[in-house]
Write a protein that binds this ligand. Structure first.
Ligand code: CTP
Ligand code: CA
Length: 237
């Protein structure tokens, strides 16, 4: 789509998007990481700017991606860095979209020198839980600390399992996190548990459920921004 054919429905809105994966250091040369490419978050940031928003993209590690035009890009490494950057940007934001793949755990201590084989080699890596950034935003908003934040959007990649199908897990994640929208991707082995061909849904805290037909990341981005723009409009902005 040509940018000049897009709606300008996010004009004047300040939107923070996180994207990519974090890396949690273990020693000077090693880390715990994940396979996030960052493509979905970048697509959302790019399109939000094209629809008129003032966008801050907080990017962890990604595939090689060009910075989207007219977007402020802040680079982060660890989940703790990401939290600090998101919390800071969120203070002045109308919406926060958490597309980043945040490490749930970090090594409890970081060795100052490279860990070597031999008599002192570890056989386990003690881990510490990282703060939940999304849930923290919801809590801050509840405490009145985010005057502008009308919309908080989370992402979840889910598989079905013996406890329930993708939607069941996603609905309970939405309730647990307390965000306004949860963008759900059905992934992996658990797909066998799905009831139809949909690859995802956008679940709303108001109980709304929009199915997302399998499509490109930019189509997904436009659906996410449509839902976010609707929330912002309803918020009286
Ligand atoms: N998220 C976050 N901070 C974390 C972990 C996740 O803000 N420490 C955000 C992600 O960016 C995403 C949403 O929470 O928008 C859901 O992430 P997910 O990993 O699916 O949720 P978790 O609560 O970590 O649940 P799980 O145990 O299934 O990984
Ligand atoms: Ca997680």
């Amino acid at each position: 789509e040509r940018p000049d054919a897009l709606p300008r429905d996010l004009e004047g809105r300040r939107i923070v998007v996180s994207a990519g994966g974090t890396r949690e250091p273990l020693d000077p040369v090693r880390f715990l990481g994940n396979r996030s490419s960052g493509k979905q978050g970048y697509a959302i940031a790019r399109l939000a700017a094209q629809r008129g928003a003032q966008v801050t993209l907080i990017a962890g590690y990604t595939a090689e991606l060009a910075d989207p035009a007219a977007v402020d890009v802040v680079r982060v490494r660890t989940a703790q860095d990401l939290k600090a950057a998101v919390d800071k940007a969120a203070r002045h934001a109308d919406a926060v979209v958490m597309a980043a793949a945040v490490a749930d755990f970090r090594p409890s201590s970081v060795a100052t020198a490279k860990i070597k084989k031999g008599a002192d080699e570890p056989d386990t890596i003690p881990l510490t839980r990282n703060d939940d950034i999304l849930a923290g935003l919801v809590a801050s908003r509840g405490a009145g600390e985010l005057p502008g934040a009308c919309a908080i959007v989370g992402f979840a990649a889910e598989t079905g399992d013996a406890q329930g199908d993708v939607l069941t897990h996603a609905r309970s994640k939405l309730a647990r996190k307390g965000c306004d929208l949860l963008v759900v991707n059905a992934v992996g082995e658990g797909k066998a548990f799905e009831v139809d061909d949909n690859s995802g849904w956008i679940l709303g805290a108001d109980g709304s459920e929009r199915a997302l037909a399998h499509g490109s990341k930019s189509l997904m981005a436009s659906r996410v921004l449509d839902a976010t723009a609707a929330l912002l409009a309803a918020g009286g902005g």
